[in-house]
Design a protein. Structure first.
Length: 487
């Protein structure tokens, strides 16, 4: 079947293709590459990838494209399911013969609920869905496809047997040609990466057990399955020729450094290519490894610090202590590697004091830039199950994770930290961190060194403070409910 892989229009600025974290609208314009759709699209001859949000494609334009396809595969998420279902219904309304499938973490863990979200959804791909998509596009009988859930002729929901996880990741084709054919890479922005950038995966899964992390618990698994170092280096050399304008390549594996011998091998192969790269890393590398990566083109680590409280780090099974984080951060500063740190407020069991501890810890680390998120208890994660069992959810609808404008909302609260206090602390965290002399001087320095960065930072600054204002308005408009009590 002629197949369209679709990331539909959604909330203004909503990053539906978000990579190793989760979907949301961010403080500044941010769009990750839709690699989870690009990968199966590369398996299906003649397929097209339509990533609407970064390309400002309206619903009407989207429908106009979709009417020319027999089969539409939509990447959905917990926050966007209702909206995506409406798009599916509109596609069916203009051509009832169109086959529509939904994939993504939400569909993987809640296949029955996803199918029930709309009669327009014909099938759902569970777990790792690349070859599931290909087999449907090849025209195979849905009843014979592993890893797929669907409605039979009588309307009954059928769950086929699980599909085996891909062990040899080199069997997957490169996504480079799909990016080149279907995406305008200049439309993808991440505040801490050089622009334009390209991101991709070199492996799936993560051995870490973080209770909140979405992808390892829903699709990727806890075994880090990887492409060979040579395969990665070959695609990077190809991408460098294909996208000469790219200033930085990002490896979006949940933890690129989880297999250190392989990571070191890749770094050595990237060095001679003369390209700049960055990756996700845990805060536990030694100085010699960091320095070696730096010498082979590494510019930045994206590091999940999460909290400035060892008790919380233990509860979420982070596997890295605050002292290890301090040593790692100092070693990165010494080696000249930039860090973008991510922190989460509202993890179990947050208190007013633990919030202050985390803010102070971030100031102590003094990384180049940071992101502050609210704890997102996605279905399929241990955090979701803990919140449900302990009565931490604020709302009856436990999948209501964002506001009407697409920004995250505080969905959890605790005896010593209400949802309002947690939500308000995000704004305070940002202001107290960035409105200090050292971060301001760092930002000004980068602006003076590059005119393009100057223009970009001015835009991002405007968006940043506008989003903080919008968050405050959301908080003031929200109804004040009773505080949750731990069961």
């Amino acid at each position: 079947m002629k197949t369209l892989f679709l990331n539909p229009p959604s909330f203004d600025g909503f990053d539906g293709g978000a990579g190793s974290r989760y979907q949301a609208r961010r403080e500044v314009t941010s769009f990750w590459y839709p690699t989870w759709l690009a990968q199966p699209a590369a398996l299906v001859p003649g397929a097209k990838l339509l990533d609407c949000p970064p390309h400002n494609i309206s619903k009407d334009e989207c429908l106009n494209v979709a009417k020319n396809y027999d089969h539409v595969i939509i990447h959905t998420s917990t926050p966007s399911l209702k909206n995506d279902s409406k798009v599916a219904e509109a596609i069916k309304a203009q051509n009832s013969d169109t086959t529509i499938g939904f994939v993504g973490a939400h569909a993987a863990v809640l296949p029955t609920e996803t199918l029930k979200a709309s009669p327009a959804i014909d099938w759902v791909g569970r777990k790792e869905f690349d070859f599931t998509c290909k087999e449907v596009a090849d025209g195979r009988d849905l009843a014979t496809i592993d890893g797929l859930s669907y409605r039979n002729a009588g309307g009954k929901i059928i769950h086929n047997k699980e599909r085996e996880m891909i062990q040899d990741m080199d069997v997957l084709p490169w996504v480079a040609d799909v990016y080149k054919r279907d995406l305008r890479i200049e439309n993808y922005f991440i505040g801490y990466l050089l622009h334009p950038y390209v991101s991709r995966y070199t492996g799936r899964g993560c051995p870490a057990q973080c209770s909140f992390c979405l992808w390892p618990q829903t699709i990727g698994g806890h075994k880090y399955r990887v492409r060979s170092a040579q395969n990665v280096a070959d695609e990077m050399a190809y991408m460098k020729k294909l996208f000469p304008q790219v200033r930085e390549f990002f490896f979006d594996d949940d933890t690129f450094t989880a297999n250190l011998p392989r990571a070191r091998d890749i770094a050595k192969k990237l060095g001679p290519l003369g390209l700049t790269w960055s990756c996700n890393s845990r805060a536990n590398l030694d100085y010699d490894t960091i320095k070696s990566f730096k010498g082979n083109g590494l510019r930045l680590f994206l590091v999940g610090y999460e909290s400035g409280n060892d008790d919380i780090l233990t509860r979420i099974k982070k596997g890295v202590t605050m002292d290890e984080m301090r040593r790692f951060t100092k070693d990165c500063h010494r080696a000249g590697v930039v860090i973008h740190g991510t922190f989460i407020l509202g993890l179990p069991v947050e208190t007013r004091q633990s919030i202050e501890n985390t803010i102070n810890f971030a100031k102590e680390l003094d990384v180049f830039s940071l992101q502050v998120s609210l704890a997102a208890p996605y279905p399929g994660t241990e955090l979701y199950d803990q919140a449900r069992l302990n009565g931490w959810f604020v709302k009856k609808d436990k999948t209501d994770l964002v506001e009407d404008d697409g920004f995250q909302q505080s969905t959890l609260e605790y005896p010593e930290a209400t949802k309002e206090e947690i939500f308000e602390a995000v704004d305070r965290f940002y202001r107290s961190y960035y409105l200090r002399p050292k971060p301001i001087l760092r930002i000004i320095k980068t602006m003076l060194e590059d005119k393009d960065v100057l223009v970009r930072r001015c835009r991002e600054g405007y968006e940043f403070f506008k989003s903080l204002r919008q968050r405050k308005d959301d908080l003031e408009a929200a109804p004040r409910g009773p505080q949750a009590v731990s069961a």
